[in-house]
Design a protein around this ligand. Structure first.
Ligand SMILES: *Cc1c(COP(=O)(O)O)cnc(C)c1O
Length: 462
């Protein structure tokens, strides 16, 4: 161990006299500057004790402390660049909001608003009233309300309609979605008792029929969003469930998952059931997410028969699951686009990215490749065909044709490039496939090309 070096380690008081640090103190919170200095000194002390360094300057400690300070100042929850091509990426925040939705959020966030105030009557109003009409108009349901997320929506529906009663569900629909939503667990939290019927691959109408007792509260259908059973399969249709349920006065509840409001098969995708269709088929209650393929904020939307939704509104659980004003504003802004399909596709980033034309992506790939090649020579960039994913557990088998840029380097391995991009000031999240780094143009924005180029430029000097 180098005692001489240890003694030369600067003290906090000493560093506070340095001009650079004095400047930092002017524009930063004092405790953060002090913490950064202490942490930087501590780091170098350990390095000396472990014989990891043989020389040290005050400037090194200062420059490291400023790095730490910048990190402390930047938000923990922050922007990343999604180059994975997975559009509804749950780990990366699912859907991006439309410009209009964002403006509405800002407006209610920086002003008082009529969240629970009826302006016409001059008295207390309901927070759910603001979006009920538009949800009814778009989906064709009789009534609508919104809670925190779809898991909460399912819980509320079951708790209201099925507390201490039985919910009949097909074994083929007892799914786990993203590790956090397991149909059986959610049902347990609501006071509903689960009655599993049928088998994993085949469930018939008589399986439901035979298990109905005076204790049955709900016939539940869950859209198996994130997996597909193929081959010898059978599922009972909504129409059949509705006839059965109506005849016995038992509500039929559907968790449709993704909240698809436009027919994606028109655009060359596999058919994904829409909310409107379930309503048309007579479903009593349907629940779905706001931030999956609908392209809005995190929310759980419940649409259906008024007599059931009125009961949910009165459930005490609703108070605990309620959504806030910013979510409401964003959701209203998102839904407004759906009044005209072309507007929705044009303005809602999730739809826009999913339906983006392949030729557009090729043009973007060429442009980004040109920019990257002009600034670096340690990498080779190749444009190739590949597939993007919808994500968020939606359309798991759908492979959307896309264009990607593949990156190779003599100086760096694929894992190394991935890590450096991820640790960039604005993290760039890429895919690795067959030991190649891949950037999918589908989820990239032109405004970020500069940042991507800078990140590669920083790898020039090795
Ligand atoms: C995604 C999903 C959920 C969970 O929705 P959240 O909005 O994430 O709570 C529940 N059910 C199905 C079928 C889903 O696809």
């Amino acid at each position: 161990m180098n005692r001489e070096l240890l003694r030369s380690l600067p003290k906090v008081d000493e560093l506070l006299q340095e001009e650079t640090i004095k400047m930092q103190l002017e524009s930063n919170i004092r405790v953060l500057v002090l913490d950064s200095l202490r942490e930087a000194i501590e780091l170098y002390r350990k390095a000396i004790l472990n014989d990891e360094i043989q020389a040290l300057t005050k400037e090194e400690v200062i420059s490291y402390s400023i790095k730490l300070l910048n990190k402390k100042n930047s938000p923990k929850l922050r922007k990343v660049i999604n180059a994975t091509g997975t559009v509804v990426h749950t780990n990366l925040g699912r859907s991006l909001l439309s410009k209009d939705a964002i403006d509405r959020v800002i407006n209610v966030a920086e002003n008082y608003n009529n969240l629970e105030y009826d302006i016409e009557k001059g008295k207390r109003g309901s927070r759910y009233s603001h979006i009920e009409d538009i949800l009814i108009k778009i989906t064709g349901g009789e009534a609508a309300m919104v809670v925190n997320n779809n898991a909460a929506a399912v819980m509320l529906a079951l708790d209201t309609l099925c507390r201490e009663k039985e919910a009949i569900v097909s074994r083929g629909q007892l799914v786990e979605i993203g590790g956090s939503f397991r149909v059986p667990e959610v049902m347990k939290f609501s006071g509903a008792k689960l009655v599993e019927v049928g088998t994993t691959n085949r469930t018939h109408l008589y399986d439901y029929e035979d298990n109905i007792t005076e204790n049955t509260g709900v016939l539940l259908k869950v859209h198996t969003s994130n997996f597909k059973i193929m081959g010898f399969t059978e599922e009972v249709s909504i129409e059949d469930l509705v006839v059965l349920g109506n005849g016995k006065d038992i509500p039929v509840v559907e968790d449709i998952g993704s909240g698809v409001l436009i027919d994606f098969s028109k655009y060359g995708f596999v058919y994904e059931p829409t909310v409107q269709e379930s309503i048309k088929k007579g479903i009593d209650v349907v629940t779905f997410s706001g931030d999956k393929m609908l392209g809005g904020p995190q929310a759980g939307i419940i649409v259906g028969k008024k007599k059931y939704i009125d009961r949910m509104r009165k459930n005490q659980l609703t108070r605990a699951l309620r959504i806030d004003k910013m979510t409401l504003a964003a959701l209203e802004g998102t839904l407004a686009h759906y009044l005209e399909e072309a507007e929705a596709i044009k303005n809602i980033p999730t739809l826009n990215m999913l339906l983006c034309n392949k030729e557009e992506l090729k043009k973007s790939a060429k442009k980004l490749k040109r920019m990257l090649q002009n600034k670096t020579d340690k990498f080779t960039f190749t444009i190739d065909n590949d597939y993007s994913m919808v994500g968020g557990g939606s359309m798991p088998t759908e492979k959307i044709e896309t264009y990607v840029i593949k990156i190779k380097s003599e100086s760096y391995g694929a894992q190394q490039i991935e890590e450096i991009l991820r640790m960039n000031e604005v993290a760039i999240i890429v895919r690795i496939s067959n030991n190649e780094v891949i950037m999918d143009l589908r989820t990239l924005f032109e405004k970020d090309y500069g940042l991507i180029v800078e990140a590669f430029k920083s790898m020039q000097n090795v």
